[in-house]
Design a protein around this ligand. Structure first.
Ligand SMILES: [Ca+2]
Ligand SMILES: [Ca+2]
Ligand SMILES: [Ca+2]
Ligand SMILES: [Ca+2]
Length: 262
């Protein structure tokens, strides 16, 4: 008994922890540090194989570094296991079931819900709306699309030059057109989303009457006349996604303080 009086309280705690941990820890049959329950219900991995996809990295290491433990060489955001148009990274972030295409069982796919502003975790009409939001960071030259508190994606943009800076502040999409003509600058603006009643807006890389289109290499640089220019692909996708009235917050930085509402 004398021995116990001599060991430090810290050592005593450590001994207790290692003695008690097999009892306290959740069952983990393959000892890969992902519990059986998480393997079966969350990640859809094999609870009896520490390296489900056989790529030499165990399930835990892959999950920790953002890789899918189910598909070799793919990150979570490159895999849509249940084919519901919502990738595995977003499913984990939102808390939907990455193995069930219709988590709340209301007949509408998780991906369809989230991109149209609905909560795929809840079919109750009273609480199922998630607000769509666009943020633009001048410093980062990026447009971010979100629903509720979930960031769906970020895309490179080109905003105004120092001479024609993009205004900062809170705006709303107040008009949309597949293709708008700028009389002032003599160019076409595909997938036009107007802010401040046409004073400036968001659109795809512009096109000149001769058919020349601005190059993608301008994205990430401040070369516009004040508008926010998006690449081919994201421009139409955001045009289709954003409803009239969708708030657009233009900030010096996406990580800085928010600009007060107009
Ligand atoms: Ca395990
Ligand atoms: Ca693996
Ligand atoms: Ca999915
Ligand atoms: Ca659903």
């Amino acid at each position: 008994m004398k021995f116990f009086y001599k060991i430090s309280p810290f050592l005593f705690c450590a001994i207790f922890y290692f003695w008690a941990s097999p009892v306290l820890a959740a069952p983990d049959a393959d000892h890969d540090r992902v519990s059986d329950e998480d393997e079966i219900k969350v990640y859809y991995t094999n609870p009896n194989n520490p390296d489900t996809d056989g790529d030499g990295f165990d399930d835990y290491a892959e999950i920790k570094s953002g890789y899918s433990p189910r598909v070799v060489g793919k990150k979570f955001d490159e895999v849509d296991y249940d084919e519901d148009e919502l990738n595995d990274r977003l499913e984990r972030l939102i808390g939907t079931d990455l193995g069930n295409p219709d988590t709340d069982g209301d007949g509408s796919l998780d991906g369809k819900e989230i991109y149209s502003g609905f909560d795929p975790r809840n079919s109750d009409p009273a609480v199922r709306y998630l607000a769509k939001r666009i943020q633009i960071g001048i410093k980062e030259q990026k447009l971010r699309m979100s629903v509720g508190t979930v960031i769906l994606a970020e895309y490179p943009v080109s905003t105004g030059t120092l001479q024609y800076p993009t205004p900062l502040g809170a705006f709303k999409i107040d008009n949309k057109a597949n293709r708008a003509w700028s009389a002032r600058w003599g160019l076409w603006m595909p997938w036009w989303m107007s802010l401040r009643h046409g004073n400036f807006g968001i659109h795809e890389l512009p096109e000149w009457p001769g058919g020349k289109k601005e190059g993608e290499n301008h994205l990430g640089h401040r070369v516009s006349h004040g508008c926010i220019r998006l690449g081919v692909g994201p421009a139409k996708m955001i045009y289709d996604w954003a409803d009239l009235g969708t708030p657009v917050q233009i900030q010096q930085s996406l990580y800085g303080t928010k600009v007060a509402s107009e």
